[in-house]
Structures are given as C-alpha cells and as structure tokens.
Design a protein around this ligand. Structure first.
Ligand SMILES: Cc1cc2nc3c(=O)[nH]c(=O)nc-3n(C[C@H](O)[C@H](O)[C@H](O)COP(=O)(O)OP(=O)(O)OC[C@H]3O[C@@H](n4cnc5c(N)ncnc54)[C@H](O)[C@@H]3O)c2cc1C
Length: 484
C-alpha cells in the first residue's frame, strides 16, 4: 500500500485510490488450527458481547431481570459508535407530529446525561413545532438532517433528537452497567461462539492474558457487525446496495478553538468572499462542510463527518485502507480551513474517532424478517417490542409515521440460546437503511436483555418466552409500546 503524501490518496497496490477497487486478499490459503485446552474465564447466565448502544441496554436489562450477566467489550470504553465513533447524535426519538416514539433505556440514559450537563435536546414544546427560531437553531448548526422535517403543509418542524457528550456518556454507561449488577470485562475480543449442535454454550475470547472461554446459558450478540453470526451461515446475510447509507464507513473528527462568532459574522456579512473561500478550499481538495457542535460548554468546537462508501466493513484490509486515507485527508482538510476560513486561524484537531464508523455488516435472518412492507404497515405485531418514528422517507413517512418491530426480529430461526440485539437484527437492507441507529439498537438491547432473563427464570428457550412477561418488563422500564 502506498500513500501520496500531498493528496492523502491511498493506492492499494492495484494503482487506484477508489475503495471499490481495493481487493480483499485474505482467504487465499488456509492452515489447520491445533485443538487445545483453554481456561474458562467466567460461567454466567447471560453473556452480552459488545458494549455499544445495544449491548449496554441488553446487559443492564438482563441484570435487572435477575440474571447473572457479563458484558464483554473489545475496547476500553462503552458506547460503541455513540461514543468511540463520535456519532453522538440520537435522532428520531419522536415523529413529525411531535409524539415521542422511543422511551425506555434510551430515555433513561438521556435523562441521566442531561442531569450531568452531558445531553441536550429541544424542549418538549418544540417537538413537532413550526417555531421559526427553534428551526433556525438547527439550520445554523447544519443539523437539519437530524432535527428538521417538513409537515403536510410543507412547513419545517423540529424533531425530538438528542446529542450526548461522549466522555460523560462513557462514564455514565459504566455506572449504569455496574449499578445494574452486571459484570463488565473490557479489553476482550470475542472471536466465536462455543456451539454444541445448534445450542450456543458460550464464547471464545482473545485477551492480553491469552485465549479463554466464557460459558453462558444465553449469548446476546451486540457486536454491531454480527461477529458471532458466521458460525450459522444459513441465518446470515451481508448484502448492502452500493451507495446506500449502510454501505458506508464514517470517519469523524472534532476541531476545537474555532472562533465560531467570527466565522458566522464573515458568512453573514461577506457572502461573496465566503463563496470565494469555499471555492479555494474545494479546489485544493478540501471540504468546507462541518457542524458547529450543539453540546453545551463547547462553543468553538465543530464536528466534521466524512462518509466513505464501502461494501467490506468487516475486512481488516479495507478498514486499514480507509483509516489511513481518511486520516490523511482530515488533517489536510483542517490545514485548508485553518489557512483560508475566517475563525479557524487558531484551531486544532482535538479528537478523531477512536473507532472507525461502520454502518453495515452481517445481519441475522431471524424468525421475522423485516422489510419495506413493514414500514408501510400501520398494524402493530402481537409481540411488538418497540415503536420507531419513521421520519426519513418523505411523504411515506407522513403517511406511516410509526414502524413496529417484533421480538422475533432478534431471534434466530434455528440456533438456541442466542439473541441478536444490535444493528445486525433481522431485516433486509431497506429496513436497515432507516432503522439501525443508536436509539433503535437500545430498544433491541433492552428487549433482548429482559427476554433472556425471563427465559432463564421460566426454564424455556428464548423463542418460547411468555411475551406478556416481556411486555410487562419493557413497560416497567419506560418503553413506549402500542396499546395491548
Ligand atoms: C458515519 C456514521 C454516522 C452515524 N450517525 C449516526 C447518528 O448520528 N445517530 C445514530 O443514532 N446512529 C448513527 N449511526 C449508526 C449507529 O452509530 C450504529 O448503527 C449504532 O451505533 C449501532 O449500535 P450497535 O450497538 O449495534 O453497534 P456499535 O455501536 O458498533 O457497538 C458495538 C460494540 O461492540 C464492540 N464489539 C464489536 N465486536 C466485538 C467483538 N468481537 N468482541 C468484543 N466487542 C466487540 C464494539 O467495540 C462496540 O463497542 C452512524 C453510523 C455511521 C457509520
């Protein structure tokens, strides 16, 4: 692999900078792996793999349900993309009509963060409101995609969306997990499920202390990428259409010490000169697009989100290629902003995403397979675990503002002792395109955690739980569900 030092373009060895030209080479040759005895690190009721939005909700909920629960995370912090990916915007908590759709664990986390000045969102009176000043706030913040939609009269309305402070969130998520009684193991990579026939019995982990085993009665895959799925290939898909939202990596960084007032004054008072600055930056290969951060006490911090198309989001060669080239481009872009954009003269890059942003990977083919037809349906399922606000499909969203998700979308068809509660839930690419975001994964996690605890208490398979008990637990912990 070679990097052009002046442009940041990465040549993969095939001579072209496009990631779609980059060929993944591993798998050409194989060798046998010797069988060996491994140490059993823990024996638990429920093992949750991955401490992202789905995983923290699953671990807390399983522990609250009385299960001896272990949460395993590969990095040194919780939150997954919502913290380490610097994707700290929690959108679609309510619909264009102002009705809250998602409560439960997600709302509990937001409330706890808000109490620590670590979350901010529009006041309730503005949800679904056409108030022009409120709308303008999000237009100025370049956050229309997350906060603003049009109602049936074509007017702009504000949505219920929250932003969270990733550092306070990491601390609060640790607290929530430990307070629930779940045990936490960081710095452990889970590599595969331990299977006996079609029954999952635990997972293998790679750690600094070597390869070890964790035995569990139920395993919940919250890796985001469905890392435990390849062992059950008939229950797995990874199709994503090129150019779709889920076929993208994200590389995000924050620039601090920006004189944002000077920037806005220049933009307002000298529009022609601003156009010239933008042209200069773009002609030099940069991008002038950023969002002035919405977090309190972060005046002068801007967020830059760069999206990079990829159909191989679990391939280390592709991930390396994207990380190296995106970093090179980010630094070059900041240099151009610093040189040409008023307000950026004393700025610096304060942080780039500690974890590469993946939005699609493997997905479960479960007992229920969600498709576009489910977005167009207005009928709840008998086992509905969550209501999602459908805000991203234009007129269709106005016609069908609520989408329902059944518990069966977390349950594999044949594998036992196993649930999936992350963006790898059972859905086709169309459904995933809209509904695999942070709040959605928290809903999956909350349902899976409670379901696992109920299954263990009643001595039944996760696929045979008494749904009325799961519904009661979800309601007890604040979930918003359709009328029974
Ligand atoms: C560029 C980009 C922008 C996005 N913007 C938004 C946004 O603004 N708002 C929004 O709501 N969503 C956004 N998303 C989507 C959202 O971030 C994810 O869909 C969501 O985080 C999924 O949650 P999750 O729990 O399934 O997975 P993740 O957040 O990926 O968490 C998975 C966790 O599991 C851990 N893990 C993974 N594999 C293993 C393993 N083998 N062993 C141990 N631990 C493991 C990871 O380290 C991580 O902590 C964005 C995604 C991208 C790529």
């Amino acid at each position: 692999m070679a990097i052009n030092a002046s442009t940041g373009e990465v040549f993969s060895g095939y001579g072209r900078p496009s990631q779609f030209e980059h060929k993944v080479t591993y798998g050409v040759k194989s060798i046998p792996e010797a069988a060996r005895e491994v140490n059993v690190l823990r024996e638990v009721d429920v093992c949750v793999v991955g401490g992202g939005p789905g995983g923290i909700a699953a671990a807390v909920s399983a522990a609250r349900g009385g299960a001896k629960t272990l949460l395993i995370e590969r990095y040194g912090h919780l939150g997954g993309m919502s913290t380490g990916g610097l994707v700290n915007i929690i959108p679609n908590l309510g619909d264009t009509y102002g009705r809250q759709a998602i409560g439960g664990f997600c709302q509990e986390l937001i409330d706890r963060l808000a109490a620590r000045n670590g979350a901010t969102y529009p006041e309730k009176k503005y949800w679904g409101s056409t108030d022009k000043d409120e709308v303008q706030k999000y237009v100025d913040a370049n956050m229309m995609h997350f906060y603003i939609r049009r109602n049936r009269d074509g007017e702009r309305v504000t949505l219920y969306t929250a932003v969270i402070d990733p550092e306070i969130a990491k601390d609060e998520m640790n607290t929530m997990v430990l307070e629930s009684g779940a045990e936490l193991l960081l710095h452990c990579w889970v590599t595969e499920p331990i299977m006996e026939g079609n029954q999952v019995k635990g997972v293998m982990v790679e750690t600094k202390a070597g390869r070890q085993a964790v035995l569990a009665k139920i395993v919940i895959d919250c890796t985001g990428d469905g890392d435990l799925l390849p062992k059950v290939p008939e229950e797995t898909v990874d199709y994503m259409p090129e150019g779709s939202r889920i076929a993208q990596f994200g590389w995000i960084y924050w620039i601090a010490n920006v004189d944002i007032d000077a920037y806005f004054a220049f933009k307002r008072e000298k529009p022609e000169e601003m156009k010239a600055v933008i042209k200069t930056i773009m002609e030099a290969g940069g991008s002038p697009h950023f969002s002035p951060g919405l977090l309190k006490n972060q005046h002068g911090v801007v967020w830059v989100h760069r999206l990079i198309g990829s159909l191989h989001q679990t391939e280390p060669e592709e991930m390396t290629y994207i990380d190296v080239s995106a970093r090179k481009r980010a630094v070059r872009n900041w240099e151009l902003l610093k040189q040409y954009m008023p307000g950026f003269e004393k700025s610096f890059i304060m942080l780039s995403n500690p974890q590469l942003g993946t939005s699609g990977g493997r997905r479960l083919v479960g007992e229920y397979w969600l498709t576009e037809a489910d977005m167009d349906s207005d009928t709840p399922f008998p086992d509905t675990i969550a209501i999602f606000a459908d805000n991203d499909r234009g007129v269709k969203s106005l016609d069908h503002p609520r989408t329902y998700v059944p518990y069966r979308a977390l349950v594999p068809k044949g594998t036992e002792g196993f649930l999936v509660a992350c963006r790898a839930f059972s859905a086709d690419h169309d459904f995933s395109e809209y509904f695999n975001l942070i709040p959605h994964c928290m809903c999956f996690g909350q349902a899976a955690g409670h379901a696992a605890a109920i299954a263990l208490q009643d001595g039944v398979s996760v696929r045979d739980i008494d749904f009325s008990k799961l519904r009661a637990q979800l309601l007890k912990y604040g979930a918003i569900l359709p009328e029974a």
